[in-house]
Design a protein around this ligand. Structure first.
Ligand SMILES: Cc1ncc(COP(=O)(O)O)c(C=O)c1O
Length: 420
């Protein structure tokens, strides 16, 4: 035990005390329990009906008949779980089918699926880069990217959020060093909903030449942007430049699981190096078949229609909260973040929205970039205009009553027509 070491019990109690301060303001965000989930946008919480603006159900597929039936049939025919890892216990045919289908969807050579999106990032990063290599990650990366770096013996270097110049400087500094370099960015960043300047980043990586790889996490952009819903790499027409594309099934796909696709002919060999692939149970049959059904939808006309509806919904929310006077992230996306002055205000605001029947997420330091306190509003294709306008009216009334926005700003009632 070193000087100043805080013991297990004290550390846990300290963490509890920090959360207690937030609990004293109302509900405990980490212990919320829904009585019932009725539809992708409606639930019952504490006996009261709420509209869900805090899930990542971007396409609203969680109750899609095709996905739910696929899950039911899979459980009936293949059982409730695989009870082991693919390495030790073998794959089910459906695991490989899903991998082939995702590879075809992305137009890439192969896919490796993981049991969650978190494991896809940790599993890929830790297997790709070892001692002597370099991981160059955007400073605002998701915890799963940071944790993958921690699990790798490679040196991790952060570059300034969304700054190709900062990345270029890092790479220039490393020029001449022997190790391989993996640059990691996200398609849409989960906290503020902003996209990466991917064309510019891909150009910097290309310029850096041999031994520099680009990995993009399309967790929040899959099914959301790109003509066929393949995310920012499709939208920016740089899919060929992306050596590795990871994604999750826990957002637009509506189940659990994650994946990575690549064109490299040696890619499949990562299976025998990736501990999060080897040492955990494989995806359950119901999740695999749900994902297969959902990818079929995302890649179809139905998926494109859902994506358009989602985009017009999030533009409506974004324009609405900005017109009210809230500070947001820089651009409209499936996550619209209202920036609030401090964690206490964010928690109080969040509690009041639930009192008014609107469920959102709060995100406070240390989980946020630059110590921001955010009310995160996740938008779905399944939201109706009425649900969105009601949420905006609630944000307006709480924002006005708490003095966060001026009551002289335009009223939400004036926002009835779709926002640009
Ligand atoms: C950017 C990003 N990557 C990866 C993940 C992990 O996904 P999963 O929920 O499937 O573990 C998340 C989840 O929030 C995320 O936001």
């Amino acid at each position: 035990m070193g000087f100043g070491h805080v013991g297990i019990k004290d550390r846990i109690q300290l963490a509890e005390r920090n959360v207690d301060a937030l609990r004293s303001l109302g509900r405990d965000p980490s212990a919320l329990e829904f009585d019932e989930i009725i539809t992708p946008t409606q639930a019952v919480l504490g006996g009261e009906r709420v509209t869900l603006f805090g899930t990542n159900n971007y396409l609203g597929l969680t109750f899609h008949a095709g996905c739910v039936d696929a899950a039911k049939t899979a459980s009936q025919l293949q059982g409730s779980g695989t009870t082991g890892s693919r390495m030790a216990n073998g794959s089910y045919a459906s695991h490989r089918k899903l991998e082939h289908e995702i590879a075809a969807f992305h137009g890439k050579r192969d896919t490796i699926i993981f049991s969650t999106g978190y494991l896809a990032n940790v599993g890929m990063i830790s297997a790709l880069a070892v001692s002597g290599d370099y991981l160059l990650i955007d400073a605002d990366s998701h915890a799963s990217i940071y944790d993958g770096c921690k699990m790798s013996d490679a040196e991790t270097l952060r570059f300034k959020h969304n700054s190709p110049e900062s990345l270029a400087r890092r790479l220039k500094h490393l020029a001449g060093s022997e190790g391989d370099k993996v640059v990691i960015v996200e398609g849409i960043y989960s906290m503020l909903g902003d996209t990466a300047p991917l064309k510019e980043i891909a150009a910097v990586v290309r310029e850096a030449g041999e031994g520099v790889y680009l990995m993009i996490d399309e967790a929040h952009s899959l099914g959301v942007i790109g003509h066929n819903g393949r995310g920012l790499s499709e939208e920016d027409d740089v899919e060929k430049d992306c050596d590795f594309i990871t994604g999750t099934f826990s957002k637009s796909i509506g189940t659990t699981g994650g994946y990575c696709v690549s064109d490299h002919e040696w890619f499949s060999g990562l299976r025998i190096l990736s501990r999060p692939y080897i040492f955990t149970a494989s995806m359950t049959p119901s999740a695999v078949e749900t994902a297969r059904a959902a990818f079929g939808i995302v890649g179809s006309a139905e998926g494109r229609a859902l994506k358009s509806r989602l985009q017009s919904n999030y533009k409506r929310v974004f324009a609405g909260v900005r017109a009210l006077g809230f500070e947001t992230g820089p651009q409209a996306g499936p996550v619209v973040a209202l920036q609030l002055p401090d964690p206490q205000t964010a928690i109080a605001f969040w509690n009041r929205t639930i009192d008014e029947g609107i469920y959102t997420n709060i995100a406070i330091p240390p989980a946020t970039p630059n110590g921001l306190s955010l009310l995160r509003v996740s938008v779905s294709a399944a939201h109706t205009d009425q649900e969105i306008d009601r949420a905006l009216a609630v944000f307006e009334s709480i924002g006005t009553e708490s003095g966060l926005i001026s009551s002289t700003r335009p009223r939400t009632e004036k926002l009835r027509s779709p926002a640009a």
